[in-house]
Design a protein around this ligand. Structure first.
Ligand code: CTP
Ligand code: MN
Ligand code: MN
Ligand code: MN
Length: 421
């Protein structure tokens, strides 16, 4: 019996960028429940609700212990009525009805399948669903014209929905490094995104490229991309030019959240050989269903969602018995090719903006959003991946490191591994 009066309520600061949030925390079940509702809101193009659930999840991730009673949550920021109901449901019943019914809903499942196609966002998926398209087969049968990104996304659907491992990220890092120094000696490549935060798997690999001499990085991306194309490393790429310096009112305009670096969304062709040396987990299939079948290490699980293994870990033999993906796998047996497709994001930054770009591309997305909210509301500053503008002083604040940016913002420095809001 808990005496409510004796329960010590937790306390956390209001903004996620004021908290240290490691990958491991004490409230995974609760945070996962709220994250699923956030995901569902985002997939439904309801970003406001999505952010509200993400903020609530980020509060739970920051708590020093597991939540066992509602009284401990009294006075915590970012926990609205809806989030509190979900939390109470999980604490009382072990699961939230809303979360469970969302997971089972046809709409959520269809949104997941369709937005799982690279190049398909929430709006496109919603339009297709309104036409009765819920599966990849129905999409293909519909005769819809797909753009180049979506065609690539469909072609490499299974690979791109298989998490990228750290070993694969490192193998791709070596290729990118080689490409970059081949076309511009002295240029530097930095791993950003989730892998910089210490994640062991991700949906893509993110790299930031710069050169220590300002200006030398100009025009670098097309050269890197053609090197990669020539070597056969790219299955798809879309490069956008730097538009930050081009808009000739230059840095005098207030920095927007949209960033305007030279960037490239790509799909790499990664030879499985390239990651062979790396150490692989013995059996990290969450389903625990890996078995030896005729000498093959084959995953026999029937629920494709519960397999966390990449084709590399399964030797490409995880036979995911999805009714939706079955047909695709027959036409392209993912397990029998010596390579896999991996999403890679490349960004080129001038060295004068490097610290801002590094901070902006390391994430998490909520951490970034909270940094900008803090800057605007608490400091009257505008933060982007290019610069920090102080509205009171009417000038840009320079920074050569992430530490300096946190200092300008009056925030305690949070290292990448603790930005997992
Ligand atoms: N980002 C961005 N502009 C985009 C896409 C992403 O500025 N159009 C930034 C995000 O804000 C984030 C970083 O790039 O800080 C990485 O984004 P992303 O790769 O989507 O997420 P990760 O945190 O790396 O997670 P995952 O493992 O799923 O890739
Ligand atoms: Mn990423
Ligand atoms: Mn990315
Ligand atoms: Mn498996």
């Amino acid at each position: 019996q808990i005496n409510e009066a004796e329960v010590v309520a937790f306390s956390v600061p209001s903004y996620a960028c004021q908290r240290r949030i490691a990958l491991d925390h004490h409230n995974t079940v609760l945070a996962d429940a709220l994250s699923l509702l956030a995901e569902n809101a985002e997939l439904s193009d309801e970003d406001g609700r999505g952010v509200a659930f993400r903020r609530a999840a980020a509060v739970l991730k920051a708590l020093p212990r597991q939540v066992t009673s509602m009284a401990q949550l009294k006075g915590l920021p970012c926990l609205g009525g809806h989030s509190l109901r979900v939390i109470k449901d999980v604490l009382d019943n072990g699961a939230s009805d809303e979360v469970e019914s969302t997971k089972r809903s046809e709409r959520y499942k269809a949104l997941k399948v369709l937005t799982g196609i690279f190049g398909v966002g929430a709006k496109t998926a919603a339009r297709w669903i309104s036409e009765g398209i819920h599966t990849l087969q129905q999409l293909q049968a519909s005769g819809h014209t797909l753009n180049r990104a979506q065609q690539a996304g469909l072609e490499h659907y299974d690979d791109l929905n298989q998490p990228v491992t750290k070993a694969e990220a490192d193998a791709i890092g070596e290729i990118v490094e080689k490409a970059v120094v081949s076309v511009l000696p002295g240029a530097q490549v930095t791993l950003t995104g989730g892998f910089r935060r210490g994640k062991l798997a991700g949906h893509d690999v993110d790299f930031l490229i710069t050169h220590p001499e300002e200006g030398r990085e100009e025009g670098l991306m097309p050269k890197v991309v053609s090197w990669l194309v020539k070597q056969g490393f790219l299955l798809y790429q879309k490069t956008t030019r730097n538009s930050y310096l081009e808009s000739k009112d230059g840095p005098a305009q207030p920095p927007s959240n949209i960033d305007r670096f030279e960037r490239c969304f790509s799909i790499f062709k990664l030879e499985k050989q390239a990651t062979k040396q790396a150490e692989m987990p013995e059996d990290s299939c969450s389903f625990g269903a890996h078995r030896q079948v005729e000498g093959d290490d084959t995953c026999l699980q029937t629920d494709p969602q519960s397999c966390s293994l990449s084709p590399i870990q399964t030797g490409g033999l995880c036979r995911r018995a999805s009714s939706e993906e079955g047909q695709l796998e027959e036409t392209e047996p993912a397990g029998h090719k010596p390579w896999r497709a991996v999403r890679v994001d490349l960004v080129v930054s001038p060295v004068s903006q490097f610290a801002f770009a590094l901070l902006g591309w390391t994430g998490s997305k909520l951490f970034e959003r909270e940094l900008r909210r803090w800057a605007g509301y608490e400091k009257a500053m505008s933060l982007s991946s290019h610069a920090l503008y102080d509205n009171n002083q009417g000038r840009y604040l320079r920074a050569a490191s992430e530490e300096e940016i946190f200092a300008h913002l009056g925030l305690e420095y949070i290292p990448p591994s603790e930005r997992n809001a």
